[in-house]
Design a protein around this ligand. Structure first.
Ligand code: GLC
Length: 743
């Protein structure tokens, strides 16, 4: 049977459709409503608690149960004891791993490696499937421009194209070619839509997103996931321009169903249907159920609003039976696609030692490719063991096996974590003396009493590795920060250890960009590791000692200070764009300066107009030099393909990988256009001293956007184009798209 999720090529196969229509025709109204009801079954005795409700067909899905015996017991009731034997969906947030943890999604996004991201999702699906899970609530493809928001940790960055490419890769990894494979699980793109624009970086907060931003920034990653065949989409908690997404017909029906033709399952976020009353868009829970059902939410995640009120709503005609049948059909379609009617228990073989080690090797590679080298003065890195007799390993994140995993790791096996301290000790052996001082017992601690020991360890050692950042709990859902500097007394720790005068390398583990400017000058080198997962230690040891070379690039902009937020690379030019020349910093203003409004441009007196580190930035242990940017034409028609090539030389001493990025700027549009837009990227490994030619192609579709009249397409005119290693540099060229040019 063709994959029922394969929407690009055909509607659901007739045999499946017939099966579903026949089944629906046999269902009572209560059984139909039961197919819309997902419950939290996290209790150890869930098999007892919910058996009766499952038996009478009142539950379609459970969430947060990963005990295989409990899951199988409830599935057995559903399949063998309920009247129609409809199996259960088993949901779990498998965000970046199950027992074995890969880097945070924002860390994986730093790899700009869709194949790697896909492999990590595939591994997570296998491990989760072994526990009986068949539905995950990932990828999260919310575009985020505000690192105060705790969930920036689980996003795929600030750029729609990068997030779309990587989100689609996760969908492929979770679902594979046939999601009925027991080693695969159904994916869920979330949170539709605009959750990342929560005002003030405060979780669950209001979002006000104008149509132009909605269409050109926030929707594209979801469309990429839909085009990749994502099985389900989750609604956002957020108030979307006054109508919360979970009851927003424009989003869930007009865009998702009418425009995009999505025929998968729409699931609410946790209790989000009931929360429509809290938002104040509905008076009663019954009204909330009506609003969500009419908008297009198929599955009610744990609020029970559907099971409580839909029967009344249908009997009163406020919600049509036809609408409900459509909701039920989509859910049954997902269960058919998962193969649950034929194989409800979906057995995956036990994890073997070799399988487990393959998983650990994979997440180690993912960690290596996720760590961004932000600074490396005088090439302090990599360290060479031959020149080292001793190493000071200092800080609260050096030996934090749970915190290095990051947020959303409910099922992590922390015994699999190898911390930096352990990995460095393993590597140093008897050759290099390791002096370890935690200095602060948590990243939030302000107790500086151990600083003396830290300074002494640094003074007595040849170099210092300072492991700082955020504990895992300081990011993630509902864990937002108004001040995103290093928490606690960590900045003081940097300054204290700096005084020892030894080479000082900062390794930062955090779930968000941090405002590092206060300590950046005191650090000779900085590796930004996000939360790297189970194999943080071995990955960082390889990078620190040069067995691996950093290749990662930032998927988000790093602000100098929190007051710059929102600051992102694909901003609009404005009528008064800031330039290096136009910026006037607070210290440059003469006392008694005359007031004027002439020549003023868009910047902050105390921060200027540039971020600390731009989107796409990341250093290497080598130098990459770009030259000979060449375009096949300087004018193209709508049917033409523009061939772009550039020469890239690794002029350093080590083989290394560069992530080559191609940006455009549409100079004039029917709506204002970003000063840069990422359109292509590729990873290329080049041997030391070698050069390679890197090629890209652009077509009209790459230049397309949602225009002022809401149509989608490219507009004739002039374009700038850059190819380089980040969003603030690169070789530049120009071309034009013209209507009157035909190939
Ligand atoms: C949470 C999150 C959502 C998650 C769901 C189930 O509140 O917003 O991303 O999938 O509930 O845990």
């Amino acid at each position: 049977m063709a994959d029922a999720l394969d929407r690009d090529h055909e509607a659901m196969p007739a045999s499946t459709q017939t099966f579903i229509e026949t089944l629906i025709s046999r269902m009572t109204l209560r059984e139909k409503i039961g197919q819309l009801n997902q419950i939290n079954a996290s209790e150890p005795d869930a098999a007892t608690l919910y058996a009766d409700e499952v038996r009478c067909g009142g539950i379609t899905a459970i969430i947060n149960q990963v005990d295989r015996t409990v899951i199988d017991a409830l599935q057995k009731v559903a399949v063998e004891e309920s009247r129609l034997g409809i199996p259960l969906l088993v949901g779990r947030d498998v965000i970046h791993g199950f027992e074995t943890i890969a880097p945070l999604p924002i860390g994986q996004a730093s790899s700009w490696n869709p194949d790697l991201v896909e492999a990590c999702a595939e591994r997570a699906a296998l491990d989760a499937g072994r526990s009986g899970v068949n539905w995950t609530f990932a990828p999260m493809v919310d575009i985020c421009r505000d690192p105060r928001w705790g969930r920036v940790a689980e996003c795929l960055g600030e750029d729609p194209y990068l997030a779309g490419q990587l989100g689609a890769a996760m969908v492929r990894g979770f679902q594979g070619q046939d999601v009925s494979d027991p080693g695969r699980i159904a994916a869920c793109a979330k949170h539709f839509v605009g959750y990342g624009a929560s005002e003030g970086g405060r979780d669950y907060n209001t979002t006000n997103i104008p149509e132009n931003e909605l269409r050109n920034i926030f929707l594209p990653p979801f469309k990429a996931c839909l085009d990749a065949g994502v099985a389900s989409i989750m609604t956002s908690f957020g108030d979307f321009d006054g109508v919360p997404a979970t009851g927003n017909e424009y989003l869930l029906d007009q865009i998702l169903r009418q425009e995009w033709g999505f025929d998968g399952v729409v699931v609410s976020d946790w209790d989000a249907i009931h929360q429509l009353c809290v938002h104040g868009i509905t008076e009663t829970d019954c009204d909330a159920a009506e609003m969500s059902a009419r908008a297009g939410v198929d599955v009610d995640m744990v609020s029970r609003s559907y099971s409580d009120h839909l029967e009344t709503l249908i009997e009163s005609g406020k919600v049509s039976l036809e609408q409900v049948d459509g909701m039920v059909a989509r859910i049954l379609g997902l269960k058919v696609a998962l193969g649950l009617f034929n194989d409800p228990y979906r057995r995956v073989g036990e994890e073997t030692t070799s399988s487990r080690n393959r998983g650990l090797d994979l997440v180690k590679q993912a960690a290596i490719e996720s760590v961004v080298l932000l600074k490396n003065d005088e090439r302090q890195l990599p360290l060479t063991t031959s020149k080292l007799n001793s190493l000071a390993v200092i800080g609260p994140m050096a030996d934090a096996p749970m915190d290095q995993l990051g947020t959303w790791v409910f099922d992590a096996d922390v015994s699999r974590s190898i911390t930096p301290l352990r990995a460095l000790r393993d590597r140093a052996g008897d050759n290099v003396k390791i002096r370890h001082v935690e200095a602060l017992d948590t990243t939030r601690s302000r107790d500086t009493r151990a600083f003396g020991d830290a300074v002494a360890a640094a003074a007595a050692s040849d170099a210092v590795l300072l492991f700082l950042g955020e504990e895992a709990i300081l990011s993630g859902e509902a864990h937002c920060r108004a001040d995103i500097s290093l928490p606690g007394a960590q900045e003081d720790l940097v300054r204290a250890v700096r005084a020892a005068g030894k080479p000082l390398i900062g390794i930062i583990m955090a779930g968000r960009p941090l405002t590092l400017e206060p300590v950046l000058d005191d650090l000779d080198a900085v590796l930004y590791a996000w939360h790297p997962g189970s194999m943080a230690g071995p990955a960082l040891a390889d990078l620190i000692f040069g067995d691996a070379v950093p290749s990662a690039k930032l998927p988000v902009t790093f602000p100098k200070m929190v007051g710059q937020i929102p600051i992102y690379y694909n901003q609009k030019n404005t009528g008064r764009p800031a330039t290096d020349e136009s910026v006037c910093l607070i210290d440059d203003i003469a006392v008694g300066a005359e007031q004027t409004s002439f020549g003023m441009t868009a910047f902050h007196l105390d921060a200027g107009h540039k971020p600390l580190f731009p989107f796409g930035f990341g250093l290497s242990y080598t130098n990459f030099e770009y030259s000979d940017l060449n375009l096949s034409r300087d004018v193209i028609g709508r049917q033409d393909c523009l061939d772009i090539s550039v020469s890239l030389t690794n002029s350093g001493q080590v083989d290394a990988t560069e992530i080559v990025q191609l940006y455009i700027r549409d100079r004039v549009g029917s709506v204002t256009r970003p000063v840069r837009e990422l359109k292509k990227f590729t990873r290329i490994k080049i041997a030391a001293g070698q050069s390679r030619t890197v090629k890209f192609q652009l077509t009209e579709n790459d230049l397309a956007f949602t225009r002022r009249d809401r149509s989608f397409g490219a507009e004739p005119g002039r374009f700038d184009l850059w190819v380089g290693g980040d969003s603030a540099s690169g070789l530049e060229a120009q071309f034009a798209l013209r209507e009157d040019v035909t190939t």
